[in-house]
Design a protein around this ligand. Sequence first.
Ligand SMILES: *Cc1c(COP(=O)(O)O)cnc(C)c1O
Length: 227
Amino acid sequence: MDKEDLKKRLWDLKKDVGSAQVIAVSKYSPVADIYKAYEIGQHDFGENRVADLEEKAQFFSQKSIVDIRWHFIGNLQTNKVRDLLRIPNLWAIHSVSSKKIIEELIKKEHEFKGEKLKLFFQVNTSHEEEKSGFLDFDELKEAVEFFISYKSQRLQLYGLMTMGSIRALDQQAAAFESFTKLRSARDEIQKELGLNYLKLSMGMSADYQLAVKEGADYIRVGSAIFK
Ligand SMILES: *Cc1c(COP(=O)(O)O)cnc(C)c1O
């Protein structure tokens, strides 16, 4: 991958999205390309498989690089939680999608060696079956209360995450609906539970502009950066 092209794409994207943080989704990229992006100044990367993330994070940690932030964005199984928590420079998990996963994370939190691991609770705003996530507001609220009741020392509820529909005929309209739903859920949680710090993780290559308009704090962009 040509470094100048990559730099141009990254800078144009950042200009385009203002204060939203760009997570470069590197799940299809070799570590050499991730390193190029890192050298350009991109330090947040997203991966969706624990084994791949482990390997890529290891590469950076062997170079004694500590200012890289790994975001786990994939479907998480309970039997992978321990391996995930041990990954050096893991910064956030965007795909906390069930009470079972919350329990497992709390049970294994001592495996995390960083300061505080940030958690985004995933909401299945499009109700598509193949997607994980809390299905409605009550389910989400219950999970938030469940998590808070543990008073975890190492894990911090940081925000909410969603994805637009995969199958809708009008992808943009469907994405817009998903993002609006997530923002409303965040506002409701804020009102009902008094949590006023929750961030929004939403928007991918095809729909990040809409997400930014709807107030995304973090966008997760892969193909538009790495091609
Ligand atoms: C792959 C992926 C992305 C990035 O998708 P692009 O279309 O390549 O930008 C964002 N979020 C999640 C959860 C993903 O799995």
